[in-house]
Ligand binder design. Structure first.
Ligand code: NCD
Ligand code: ZN
Ligand code: ZN
Length: 342
């Protein structure tokens, strides 16, 4: 197949940051219709008013259809949250275990502290998105997602069976199996976790632009993610987790976690689907499963991807005082977005 026309995809997990970085990266998600915007700013997007103001800044910066999230803290006011959802200001709430990832210091330390908020969300039908890793120093970084399933997610699901859950950026076979065993729970998968495994990050030199959280796992997990993403209609859908950091924060003695993929996420995913001989199932993953999970209509317009001669990935984008390096999987770029039809 040399051309692929699918309904316009949405990005169900995106970081746009704020200020000059927002102005630089917001236009780079042009291939996507809607995007779920992560609230991990400093300070976080914690109230309905914060979300409303951030939404306006995003639209002004050039991304037209943000779906906002609230950052769940131990001080979240359930009434403010439920009102923001009822008024259409927020799409979902995001739970970061405190210390799990970039800008998660304001997150949840003790799940009991947010129990009343979770009960209010369950009652009002507000979806909960989760960064699924435990934070205990004693747990190996490669095991933190699997440990989260047993220690946090299974009890959470049992205590709040009516709460709509999305496990973000799944990275392990364990998470894929957990999601398959729990119908109604959704899961996003990034392009970098489909394209790469920890060898790409660590063998022959340490490559900071492959470093994100949850960390890339071994190849067997990558294969399980590829099987899940290409499985057609169901619980798995596209969330780039495109997470821009300034060049100096990535190429540093202590490198920030996050891969910037937004400008070329669709070509990356398309290459993976081609390798899996599953281009006919890319539309389900990229444009249908996410809306179905959230009870929204898929986009009416389409994008067309074209397979062409291998080319180098653009190295970085720059502007507004920032430079951001694009994720490069280490193989040539073959697909490009030819047309966006409105
Ligand atoms: C994200 C970021 O930079 O905000 N980083 C990452 O490695 N994925 C945070 C997150 O999604 O966990
Ligand atoms: Zn995360
Ligand atoms: Zn993220």
């Amino acid at each position: 197949m040399e051309r692929l026309t699918i309904r316009r995809p949405d990005d169900w997990h995106l970081h746009l940051r704020d200020g000059d970085m927002l102005r630089l990266v917001a236009p780079e998600s042009r291939d996507f219709g809607r995007a779920v915007i992560m609230p991990n700013l400093v300070p976080p997007v914690a109230t309905g008013d914060d979300a409303r103001a951030y939404r306006d800044r995003i639209v002004a910066a050039g991304f037209a259809r943000p779906l906002m999230t609230l950052y769940l803290t131990e001080g979240t006011d359930p009434a403010d949250l439920v009102r923001a959802h009822a008024e259409g200001v927020i799409h979902a709430v995001k739970l970061y275990p405190a210390g799990a990832t970039t800008n998660s210091a304001s997150g949840v330390r003790d799940i009991e502290a947010v129990r009343p908020v979770l009960a209010a969300m369950e009652e009002a039908g507000v979806p909960l998105c989760l960064h699924g890793e435990v934070t205990e120093a004693s747990v190996d970084i490669f095991d933190r997602e699997a440990a989260f399933l047993d220690r946090v997610l299974t009890p959470l699901r049992a205590a709040h069976p009516g709460l709509k859950l999305t496990l973000e950026h799944v990275t392990t076979k364990d998470a894929v199996e957990w999601v398959r065993a729990h119908p109604g729970v959704g899961a996003t998968i990034t392009a970098q976790h489909l394209a790469s495994n920890r060898n790409d990050m660590l063998a022959g030199g340490m490559r900071p632009h492959f470093y994100c959280l949850p960390i890339l796992k071994r190849r067997t997990h990558q294969e399980a993610l590829r099987a899940a993403a290409t499985s057609g209609p169901g619980s798995f859908f596209l969330g780039t987790d495109s997470a821009p950091h300034p060049l100096h924060a990535k190429e540093a003695g202590c490198c920030a976690a996050g891969c910037f993929t937004a400008p070329h996420a669709l070509p990356l995913y398309a290459q993976v689907f081609e390798e899996e001989d599953a281009l006919d199932r890319m539309e389900a993953f990229a444009a249908l499963n996410g809306p179905a999970h959230y009870g929204l209509a898929p986009n009416e317009d389409t994008v067309t991807l074209v397979r062409g001669e291998p080319a180098a990935w653009p190295e970085r984008i720059a502007g507004h005082g920032h430079q951001v390096t694009l994720f490069d999987p280490g193989w040539p770029l073959r697909w490009r977005v030819e047309a966006r039809e409105g």
